[in-house]
Design a protein around this ligand. Structure first.
Ligand code: SF4
Ligand code: SF4
Length: 453
């Protein structure tokens, strides 16, 4: 049974909450919580800076009027003084589509264009590029009078205003597939089904790495695409050749050994670091030096080691900057895990930092980055083919994104209808609801809620 319809006089944020909308471009923060503020700038992040991902660009080309409508509604409700869409100057068809939609709407919405560099889509970078304000390290954009929303999230908000829960999303399927495309998929669709819609792999799967997300910051969820499922935060499914893709994890012992034997302390990793360039006190070459000659457990209270907490894990240092193929990002990721285990929380900056005077010259061009990370062969083609996934079965993760564990609202054997609430955020907690993408029978209800059509 479909949940009760939301009344038209209910607020935008209430509708977004009831639809279970979470941030589609990152960790999945509940959107109604993020937007519950009064920013000077409401910024739409249209950068899509990871090579190969095409979902955001597809959304801008094909849903520009919906984006503008939703942006205006949200901006009006939260009292934003300016609504701005930030994207790359190379996205010409998208800029044209947005300009046409803005002109037709009559709304005052700005477009900000920047060069094509990585990581232009990092929230801290987006805020600086769009407003000139620097977000203090470890703080959130509202501290720089801004709130940033992803394109797919904004589209999900538009649907929420039509009382449609967040049950489907667009996913880029690219890399070593026969027909790269954007798939419109119910949440819970298997990666296997999405890859099949893209014509399947162009070689034996044993030669490929599956990446969920972009080649720089995506996750490596495993080897079996039948056991991986689209979540609300899944923006891309990439198949990348093992022999060229250079982002596989390493263990700490190996990283330390190579840091000792090969780190020439050239400081390239620091000089190219996007967070360092924003003025954040993060210097990965120093972290490498301390770790090369010490056991991590002995230096956990060293301020240099603790500064790893400021790392965004963008990967510029290890994929692009380091001439010795070392892994400063992986080092930082490991240190961050250990710091978290030890209960350490790095203090936030007391005030905004000042960007490095050379920042403009140290931006990493996306096309060169694509070659370095081993995906140059697939980079640069506009993906404009849409495929519709209609799986017979979905495995819907019962807790999507950040927040409290959800309470199951169904059990095995229940029959559900499309859009029905199947897992709910507990009253008074921060989190998000989950809904059935289609009607059918629940065959399992646990970590995953399995629904058969
Ligand atoms: S991954 Fe490397 S380049 Fe990126 S923020 Fe961390 S230290 Fe800086
Ligand atoms: S770029 Fe590589 S070699 Fe140079 S300091 Fe950083 S880790 Fe060491």
């Amino acid at each position: 049974m479909r949940k009760e319809r939301i009344k038209m006089d209910e607020s935008c944020l209430y509708k977004i909450q009831k639809a279970g909308v979470i941030g589609c471009g990152g960790a999945g923060f509940p959107t109604h919580v993020k937007l519950n503020c009064h920013p000077e700038y409401l910024i739409v992040n249209g950068m899509e800076c990871e090579p190969l991902l095409a979902t955001g660009r597809y959304v801008m080309r094909h849903y520009a009027p919906e984006l503008i409508d939703a942006l205006y509604k949200i901006g009006s409700e939260i009292g934003a003084e300016e609504c701005i869409i930030s994207l790359k100057e190379t996205y010409e068809p998208e800029i044209a589509a947005l300009e046409e939609a803005i002109a037709a709407s009559g709304h005052e919405i700005g477009i900000k264009t920047v060069k094509s560099f990585y990581p232009a889509g990092d929230e801290q970078v987006v805020v600086y590029e769009t407003t000139g304000n620097v977000v203090p390290y470890l703080d959130i954009p509202i501290s720089a009078k801004s709130v940033v929303i992803n394109l797919s999230t904004l589209l999900a908000c538009y649907n929420a205003f039509l009382d449609e829960p967040f049950t489907h999303r667009l996913v880029t399927v690219a890399g070593a597939v026969k027909e790269p495309c954007v798939v419109y998929a119910p949440i819970g669709t298997s990666f296997c089904d999405c890859i099949a819609l893209a014509g399947g792999p162009d070689r034996d799967m044993s030669e490929l790495t599956i990446v969920s997300g972009g080649p720089m910051m995506g996750q490596l969820p495993g080897d079996d695409p039948k056991q991986m499922f689209v979540e609300k935060t899944t923006g891309g499914i990439l198949l990348l050749p093992k022999e060229t893709y250079k982002n596989e994890p390493l263990d700490l012992a190996n990283i330390r050994k190579s840091a000792r034997t090969s780190c020439i302390q050239c400081t390239n990793c620091t000089e190219m670091c996007p967070r360092h360039m924003l003025g954040h006190p993060l210097e990965p070459h120093k972290i490498m030096r301390v770790l090369a000659y010490n056991e991590l457990s002995d230096v956990m209270d060293n301020p240099v080691i603790r500064s790893a907490a400021l790392c965004s894990e963008c990967g510029v240092c290890e994929v692009y900057a380091c001439p010795m193929m070392l892994r400063p990002r992986s080092v930082n990721a490991l240190i961050k895990k250990e710091l978290a285990k030890a209960g350490y929380r790095h203090p936030k900056a007391a005030e905004p930092t000042v960007p490095h005077p050379m920042r403009e010259d140290r931006k990493v061009p996306t096309s060169r980055l694509a070659t370095r990370v081993g995906v140059g062969a697939y980079f640069g083609n506009l993906i404009d083919t849409l495929k519709i996934a209609e799986p017979d079965t979905v495995h819907v993760l019962a807790k999507q994104g950040i927040g409290a564990p959800t309470e199951l609202r169904v059990k095995a054997g229940d029959v559900v209808s499309a859009g029905q609430l199947i897992a709910a955020c507990p009253e008074g907690k921060m989190g998000s609801d989950v809904h059935a993408p289609f009607g059918g029978k629940v065959t399992e209800a646990g970590k995953y809620i399995v629904i058969e059509r």
